[in-house]
Design a protein around this ligand. Structure first.
Ligand code: BGC
Length: 430
């Protein structure tokens, strides 16, 4: 067997080849799970109503405090819209996300957020919170955390109302509480940031998509289809947080499963663990260890990888660009090993690109079914989507192929500070 054949056999045996994943089948499962989620039936997709719809126009002469809890960082900002609706970030501070480095109790978690808020409380009496975790939103637009992802450690916060608890923590500290507060998922904020890019055009349909530490998408749904929720006005529409990271109707390979078993929440968020920045480096490392144990990589090369202990985003890019041989610790590796590493990692990224495109397409096509507007503005955000070498091109190639039969036009936009801008728009428009 040649090296190429051996590599291909390895990838096939462990279901790592993109060609082993049939996007047409996966799309069908996506739609079926989406439908079930909207009806409140058992589904891997939570399909969470946001109680936010597309505003008619941009805010003017208003200022709002925005919080953004992401996978790694927590940001506090004050956003100002002038009389021409130009946005200005007037205050910006970045902190570590509570629970990322060490475990937080509920009290510590909300106290920390109150402290992050302290410097800006006099700036505005409106607050909008972009919260990048699975959170059930109520009609008052507070949210109850359903589950932590991205390996955050603050178990007591699960099941808690986020804004109500922030209010209590502020009160305990004798600090003022903003008069209006709302919370939304980061994909909803991203979708709304996309609306600013088209200047609130009604000629577009809108999608929010994230692929960074975690992954997810949002789209616009007609209320009459959201049968699980009571009291909605039937002919109106709102943005839905799909929570697509938890999609589990994909037949994974054995290494995917073995890796999943080493994470905080085995069996959950399986799509995310195959494609997102919080996991893909560790997954690739695990795959290379198995490749080495099956004789595809020499022990010397594997021991060099073991010294690093994982493959971070920078190393992934170095490998994909074919530059690993220029790294001082890999200079003396055999060419064979270097090609094997690149071939394997490149295929894992190809698979991630295919699954990403399928995820985006599932939301786009689903949304187009309940709307006459076939022109979409997809606001995409996240480091993996834009910074992982060759990823965006690969994903958008698949997306174009998947959408070809559907007569749908898409424009993918990248908005700077999308979570902050989108959350500010939402907070000032309702
Ligand atoms: C969370 C989603 C979030 C996504 C992207 C996932 O882990 O569950 O709510 O939108 O990451 O940040």
């Amino acid at each position: 067997m040649t090296r190429d054949e051996h590599c291909n056999q390895f990838l096939k045996n462990h279901r790592l080849l993109a060609s082993q994943y049939d996007y047409k089948e996966i799309l069908k499962s996506f739609w079926s799970e989406m439908e079930k989620g909207l009806k409140g039936e058992d589904s891997s997709l939570k399909m969470i109503p946001s109680y936010i719809s597309i505003p008619d126009s941009a805010p003017k002469n208003k200022k709002i405090i925005v919080l953004d809890a992401g996978g790694t960082n927590f940001r506090t900002a004050v956003i100002n819209f002038d009389e021409e609706s130009n946005t200005k970030i007037e205050y910006f501070e970045k902190y570590p996300m509570p629970g990322i480095k060490k475990e937080y109790t509920k009290e510590e978690f909300f106290n920390q957020i109150a402290e992050y808020l302290r410097p800006v409380l006099d700036e505005s009496d409106q607050l909008s919170f972009c919260f990048s975790y699975a959170t059930k939103i109520d009609s008052q637009r507070d949210g109850t955390l359903l589950v932590w992802t991205k390996e955050i450690k603050a178990p007591e916060v699960v099941g808690e109302k986020i804004l109500a608890n922030i209010g209590l923590a502020l009160k305990e500290k004798g600090l003022p509480c903003p008069k209006t507060m709302l919370i939304m998922n980061d994909t909803i904020a991203s979708l709304l940031a996309g609306v600013t890019a088209t200047k609130f055009s009604k000629e577009f349909n809108y999608i929010g998509f994230i692929l960074g530490t975690g992954t997810n998408c949002s789209y616009i749904e007609i209320n009459s289809s959201i049968t699980k929720e009571e009291g909605l006005i039937d002919n109106q529409k709102q943005a839905i947080n799909v929570e697509s990271a938890n999609f589990n109707k994909i037949e994974r390979g054995d290494i995917d499963i073995a890796y999943d078993n080493t994470t905080n929440n085995p069996g959950q968020y399986v799509l995310e663990k195959m494609i997102s920045g919080g996991y893909i480096g560790n997954l690739c490392y695990k795959i290379l260890s198995v490749a080495s144990s099956e004789g595809l990589l020499s022990e010397t090369t594997m021991s060099k990888l073991e010294k690093r202990g994982t493959i971070d985003e920078k190393a992934l890019n170095t490998i994909l660009e074919g530059l690993l041989s220029q790294q001082p610790d890999f200079e003396d590796c055999s060419n064979n090993d270097l090609i094997t590493i690149k071939t394997i990692i490149s295929e894992v990224v190809e698979r991630a690109a295919l699954l990403t495109a399928t995820n985006m397409a599932a939301a786009i096509i689903k949304s187009s079914n309940s709307s006459d507007i076939k022109k979409f503005c997809v606001s995409a955000d996240g480091s993996v989507y834009y910074k992982l070498y060759s990823f965006r091109e690969r994903a958008e190639k698949y997306l174009a192929e998947i959408l070809l039969p559907y007569n749908i036009e898409i424009k993918i936009v990248k908005i700077n500070d999308a979570p902050l801008i989108g959350a500010a728009v939402a907070g000032l428009s309702i």
